[in-house]
Design a protein around this ligand. Structure first.
Ligand code: MTE
Length: 290
């Protein structure tokens, strides 16, 4: 069978991006493919790489093992409980999430704190849309996320690779930023288990560990949540974890990165290149709030 020249997700993301620009009155006619997805000209990492080199400690400490070990992970039925300081707490079934929130394609860079990176076409929806649904109370200042803990299916949980559940958090204004999405798919297909099926956070301007996988619980809270990596080693992993080439990890430089599939290292960009988020941190010392 012939492959279509442009994969559907790429075609759709280009069409949507052009539509978006047209709506803003920015463009008429053709947009270079390089700008197809969120202005990203970087080459997309092949699916075979993005789905075979993973960090998912619930399954393994290794990067090539999760793909195998997560193969049978049961992701249906799946529910996400959203509560805490909200007027309308709700538990959403995945089917409901897919039906209620229009899914869009977004190509983002993913920069791991370990100094490797990829470019992944996600499919998902703004986290803000889900938050709007539950109506956060004025006292809600942070959002706390939890991954599923299924010892029977997760060898890394049985081995105690980390204290589980894996917990992550965002300040509420970060969570509401349009770049922060809940992804349900990648490369135009549902997420593979090793990439965080059936639903995971993607916050492209932060180190990859903030993008918590296989989410089952989201709470709006008043205090900054204690997150897994921060609790594990506060000197090495901050709560904010914004990609920052000028603040090195105590054990390695963050000035450059290895793009999976490339030979030469490339410079790491502040906020991973997503400068539009800089205003969220106005007046903050990002060397202290690392
Ligand atoms: N989420 C959970 N629940 N467990 C994890 O071990 N690893 C994080 C993040 N989310 C992790 C997680 C890290 S360190 C990275 S770099 C990304 O997932 C990797 O996402 P990917 O495998 O889709 O590239």
């Amino acid at each position: 069978m012939n492959e279509p020249v442009t994969p559907e997700w790429l075609y759709l993301s280009r069409r949507r991006f052009i539509k978006g620009l047209a709506a803003l009155g920015v463009v008429a006619g053709s947009t270079p493919l390089a700008y197809a997805a969120d202005n990203l000209s970087d080459e997309i990492t092949p699916f075979e790489k993005a789905s075979a080199y993973n960090n998912f400690y619930e399954f393994s400490l290794g990067k090539t093992e999760p793909a195998d070990l997560a193969k049978g992970f049961v992701t249906s039925p799946w529910r996400v409980a959203v509560g805490g300081l909200v007027a309308k707490p709700a538990t959403f079934d995945m089917k409901e999430i897919l039906a209620r929130f229009p899914q869009r394609d977004r190509v983002y860079r993913l920069r791991c704190v370990e100094a490797w990176s990829m470019v992944i076409p996600w499919r998902g929806f703004p986290l803000a849309a889900l938050l709007d649904e539950v109506k956060p109370a004025p006292e809600a200042k942070f959002v706390r996320f939890e991954t599923a803990v299924v010892p029977k299916q997760m060898p890394g949980v049985r081995a105690g690779n980390l204290p589980f559940p894996y917990v992550e958090g965002l300040r509420i204004d970060e969570a509401r930023h349009p770049l922060a999405i809940l992804a349900t798919g990648m490369y135009g297909k549902p997420l593979p288990p090793q990439n965080g099926a059936p639903i995971r956070l993607v916050v492209p301007w932060k180190y990859g560990f903030k993008s918590i996988k296989s989410v089952v619980k989201i709470d709006l809270v008043a205090e900054q949540p204690r997150t897994t990596w921060q609790a594990q080693n506060p000197a090495e992993y901050g709560f904010y974890a914004n990609v920052n080439p000028t603040v090195d990890h105590p054990r390695w430089s963050q000035a450059s990165e290895r793009r999976i599939g490339e030979w030469l290292r490339r410079k790491t960009l502040p906020f991973n290149g997503y400068m539009e988020v800089a205003s969220l941190y106005k007046g903050m010392d990002l060397t202290k709030n690392f």
